[in-house]
Write a protein that binds this ligand. Structure first.
Ligand code: ATP
Ligand code: MG
Length: 179
């Protein structure tokens, strides 16, 4: 992949897995009570972060991932909506550890320093202010899907909230350069 535009453009980036549309539909159908202090992730933004890069040049990411053989992965979401820390409402995700480790090692020198904490696979549904209650914690949710590719995503703050743009995709389970 190439052609992200002007070389040397630095922007806010992360590497993620987009869940398939049928899973997004099920996630969007979970109760979403609008209340003070609860900020729901819009359905089109629901994702699983493999690595947050922060300010980085997409070309550098492409140079480090474009030649890699990425391991296949199968994501299992669930068994229920829970909390990550005090303020993030998530669905835990397993099955991404190996893929996240490969991505982390390959991009270790790009963007912000690696997070020293171990990878904790999750899909964020909402962010809470002041320990607000979101009404969905504990709701059962189970889903499994195969990862077909990972995405390099640009995050932009707009007046309407954060907007994500996929700049490139890297297919998993395939040696680059082969059909
Ligand atoms: P907002 O910041 O407006 O709440 P957001 O968190 O979805 O929106 P970003 O801050 O650009 O958007 O983050 C993109 C993704 O990377 C999210 O999944 C976020 O949780 C994750 N992320 C952001 N900062 C870090 C960080 N320092 N370490 C690990 N993951 C991060
Ligand atoms: Mg953020």
């Amino acid at each position: 992949m190439s052609g992200f535009g002007k070389d040397g453009r630095v922007t806010r980036l992360f590497l993620a897995v987009w869940p398939p549309p049928e899973i997004v539909e099920r996630l969007a159908a979970l109760p979403r009570t609008e209340q003070a202090g609860v900020r729901w992730v819009p359905p089109e933004n629901l994702h699983l972060t493999l690595r947050f890069l922060g300010q980085a040049d997409p070309e550098d990411v492409d140079a480090s991932l474009g030649h890699l053989e990425l391991p296949t992965a199968e994501v299992t979401l669930g068994p229920a909506v829970s909390r990550l820390g005090r303020s993030v409402v998530v669905i835990p995700a397993t099955g991404l550890d190996e893929l996240a480790a490969v991505v982390r090692d390959a991009t270790a020198m790009i963007g912000q320093p690696l997070d020293p904490r171990p990878f904790a696979g999750h899909l964020t549904l909402a962010r809470l202010k002041h320990r607000a209650a979101c009404g969905v914690a504990g709701a059962p949710f189970r889903a499994t899907f195969p990862v077909t590719s990972i995405a390099l995503v640009e995050s932009t703050q707009t007046g309407r909230g954060v907007e994500y743009t996929t700049l490139g995709r890297y297919v998993v389970g395939r040696v680059p350069g082969t059909p």
